[in-house]
Design a protein around this ligand. Structure first.
Ligand code: CA
Length: 232
């Protein structure tokens, strides 16, 4: 069961961007623009983690966080607080809000995703699998090692991220643009052909001397980790 996240952010473009990227990462995501909704949403289904903006119309992020901490059922839900750069973030840190982590705006989406993974690993080890295994390929997130048929495959950080992203959702087809956003981040301008180059390298390293290729090229769309790979 994928981890469930709740995003509380009133800036709509940011809310949409985070929802899209965290869904692409395999999480179940609900989002709202107001702190007043949090109580109802949390009672409806307790999330595994909340991403909470500090400056919200109505109930502020700090107040939302305090209320979560005050209730027995929500006391332990991890909270990542989004704060503005400068004095405000200093102030918010000074106030003991009970947040588990703070991310200062503007931030990069891959950085936030990395924090989400790291907090979930600590709070709920089952929510983010430490090991991904499909067919004869094994990826260990803790050691960042990849093995195929018990042999180490030496990947660069980019190829590792690419494989990790594809392996989290076997069968799902990603466009080059989606892979660029997930692996390289939104802030960097990289040509879509870069994806082809890295997929090519990843294949070469992964398939060395083997005939079966777990990465499927979907013409005119993009790439996918073959969900039937290793099934036969
Ligand atoms: Ca805000």
């Amino acid at each position: 069961m994928p981890a469930s996240l709740l995003i509380v952010e009133d800036e709509e473009p940011l809310q949409v961007l985070l929802t899209y990227n965290l869904q692409a990462e395999g999480f179940r995501v609900r989002a709202t623009g107001t702190g007043d909704d949090v109580d109802v949403l949390v009672r409806e289904e307790p999330p595994d983690l909340i991403i909470l903006d500090w400056m919200l119309p109505g109930l502020s992020g700090i107040e939302v966080c305090r209320r979560l901490r005050a209730r027995e059922e929500t006391r332990d839900v991890p909270v990542i607080m989004l704060t503005a750069r400068g004095e405000e973030s200093e102030r918010v840190r000074g106030l003991s809000t009970g947040a588990d982590d703070y991310v200062v705006k503007p931030f990069s989406v891959p950085e936030l995703i990395a924090r989400v993974h790291s907090i979930l690993r600590r709070s709920n080890p089952d929510a983010v699998a430490e090991r991904l295994e499909v067919g004869d390929i094994e990826l260990n997130r803790k050691t960042r090692r990849v093995r195929r048929q018990e042999r180490d495959v030496d990947l660069s950080p980019t190829e590792y991220r690419l494989l990790e992203h594809l392996m989290q959702n076997p069968g799902r087809v990603y466009s080059r643009e989606q892979l660029l956003d997930a692996v390289w981040g939104h802030d960097i301008y990289v040509d879509e052909r870069t994806v082809d180059v890295h997929v090519g390298r990843l294949r070469k390293l992964l398939n060395k001397g083997r005939r079966s290729d777990p990465i499927r090229t979907v013409r005119g769309v993009g790439y996918s980790f073959d969900d039937r790979f290793g099934a036969c």
